[in-house]
Write a protein that binds this ligand. Structure first.
Ligand SMILES: N[C@@H](CCC(=O)N[C@@H](CS)C(=O)NCC(=O)O)C(=O)O
Length: 210
């Protein structure tokens, strides 16, 4: 049975959403954030203390885009994934990783210095600069979504899940209203997917007691 270690709305949400899309059985462990402080035992499973950690028998994947790629390749070759034989394979990989490495990375730092840091350590100019960088980097997403409904392969894949997570984070920075139109419209459509709602319900249902 697959096990997913998760914190509410953290990058592990990508994996939770993918698991719901794939309808494979899984056990969900939701920890309060940050697990290094709230769940010290977790460090023995993942010494970086970060989520996600996806375990599938002996297999352990601790990067969210890698976990998407793993799940798609292993359980969703014809649904969330794209086969190496397919012309869209490189494109699909690019977007699946773009969502984390290029889009989410600046937003995560912006959240750190905008929302999580103590008042004295907040850096509003840096936060605005990082948000601007994120919005610039969304330009290629907007160009693609102005032409087609999904980012890659002409259908819903992990590429959409990966990028959509960055769009979710934009909400927590108060810049969701600044998403360009085709991207914003796609984000609305993605939130209507039953698996997205199921993932949101699952993280709530398994939330640790406050
Ligand atoms: N690139 C990694 C980043 C993982 C990461 O930093 N996760 C955050 C939550 S979104 C975390 O667990 N932070 C807790 C900490 O750093 O202690 C991935 O995509 O999985």
């Amino acid at each position: 049975m697959i096990e997913l270690y998760h914190c509410q709305d953290a990058r592990s949400f990508r994996c939770l959403w993918a698991l719901e899309e794939l309808a494979v059985p899984y056990t969900l462990h939701v920890m309060a954030f940050p697990p290094r402080a709230t769940t010290p035992d977790y460090l023995s499973k993942n010494p970086t203390g970060t989520v996600p950690l996806l375990m599938d028998g002996e297999v352990r994947v601790a990067e969210s885009a890698a976990a998407l790629e793993y799940l798609a390749t292993k359980y969703g070759a014809a649904t969330l994934g794209v086969s190496p034989d397919d012309d869209d394979y490189g494109d699909w990989l690019t977007w699946t990783h773009y969502g984390e490495a290029t889009l989410t990375a600046p937003l995560a730092i912006a959240l750190r210095y905008g929302a999580f840091a103590s008042e004295a350590k907040r850096l509003p100019d840096v936060v605005e600069d990082l948000c601007g960088l994120f919005l610039d980097r969304l330009g290629v997403v907007e160009a693609r979504l102005a032409e087609q409904d999904f980012l890659s392969a002409g259908r819903f894949t992990t590429a959409d899940i990966s990028v959509a997570y960055a769009l979710l984070l934009s909400r927590f920075l108060g810049i969701e209203q600044r998403l360009p139109p085709a991207t914003g419209a796609c984000w609305q459509r993605l939130q209507e997917r039953p698996a997205y709602s199921a993932a949101r319900k699952a993280q709530k249902a398994h939330a640790p007691a406050a």
